[in-house]
Design a binder for this molecule. Structure first.
Ligand code: BDR
Ligand code: CA
Length: 307
């Protein structure tokens, strides 16, 4: 899992680690995104320690391929995971590598079975992996991405945050030939949200519930201030599209493009809806979810830490 925790990344990791029967997590890699790399790596250590995981952790690229990094501290807090005081014993969590790209290459190529990547952050690490070591593609089963949108943006009118921060990386990944499932804002904001009373109820789900509720409280205050009433848990969708694909009730395969222009369209993703669309790539875009089942799956996953 390649991530930038990040409050919704933290929920996504909590859900993933609750389901070893569905996915055998090889490693977690971090990339600069929601906040700078040092913070997201420290947050990954905090989470892996708190959740009792011993997955390998590697830190990756601090900055996007071309442009300077832009962060989202106003949503995730100064540390990137504000709202909960994690125990202070996480600093010793070992870092298997400070080069996520060679780390991924090594672990994926050595694996006896094909490996899937869940990417919930700007795609800098993943793009470098595919570009630098194209032979790795033969051992990648699928990439499950949170990023982009077929409708609105969030960081700008046109662009979703992960796409906007590193569109050049997204372009490389979209056109890599590796099968992709995309959870964009059209799904994560419009369909797979939590209501405020649901967020409040998370605190009753045991140890992980108290943590998840505290960070989501911080995150939802920021979303409410912006005028949102439905709280998106974007990154959890990418994890669920791997471990519980039955939750997603509608999808369409599209050729998708991402705008690399330096104007108001930078990072905008758009599907080719023409009947005679040129098949540039073939991305499975998730469009709807059984929201009740989605909420239940999230709740059961969080509650499972106390069993
Ligand atoms: C995406 O941007 C980040 O702020 C979230 O963690 C998520 O990955 C949503 O646009
Ligand atoms: Ca993220």
């Amino acid at each position: 899992m390649d991530c930038d925790p990040g409050i919704d990344d933290a929920i996504a990791l909590t859900v993933l680690l609750a389901h070893p029967e569905a996915a055998d997590l090889i490693g977690v890699t971090t990339v600069g995104g929601n906040v700078k790399l040092d913070y997201v790596t420290a947050n990954a250590k905090k989470l892996l320690t708190f959740l009792g995981s011993n997955a390998e952790l590697a830190s990756g690229q601090a900055t996007p391929l071309v442009k300077e990094i832009e962060t989202a501290g106003e949503i995730h807090g100064k540390t990137g995971m504000d709202g909960y005081d994690f125990p202070e014993n996480s600093e010793d969590y070992p870092l298997a590598s400070d080069n996520a790209v060679t780390f991924m290459y090594d672990r994926i190529s050595k694996c006896d079975e094909k490996v899937s990547i869940v990417a919930t952050a700007p795609l800098t690490n993943v793009a470098l992996l595919l570009k630098t070591f194209p032979d790795v593609k033969s051992n990648i089963e699928h990439i499950y991405i949170m990023g982009g949108s077929t409708l609105q943006g969030n960081i700008t009118t046109a662009a979703e945050f992960n796409a906007y921060v590193d569109p050049e990386a997204m372009d490389i990944v979209f056109n890599s030939g590796v099968p992709i499932t995309l959870s964009g804002l059209n799904l994560t904001e419009n369909k797979a949200y939590l209501k405020m009373d649901e967020i409040n109820n998370i605190k009753n789900l045991g140890k992980a519930g108290v943590m998840a509720n505290a960070i989501l409280d911080f995150y939802s205050s920021a979303e409410l201030e912006k005028g949102m009433t439905k709280i998106p848990i974007h990154d959890a969708c990418a994890v669920l599209s791997l471990i519980a694909p039955e939750l997603f009730t509608k999808s369409t395969n599209y050729s998708m493009d991402v705008s690399l222009t330096n104007d108001q369209f930078r990072g905008m993703t758009y599907p080719d809806r023409r009947v005679y669309a040129e098949v540039k790539n073939n991305i499975k875009v998730l469009e709807d979810v059984d929201r009740e089942a989605f909420v239940k799956y999230l709740f059961d996953s969080i509650a499972s830490y106390d069993k």
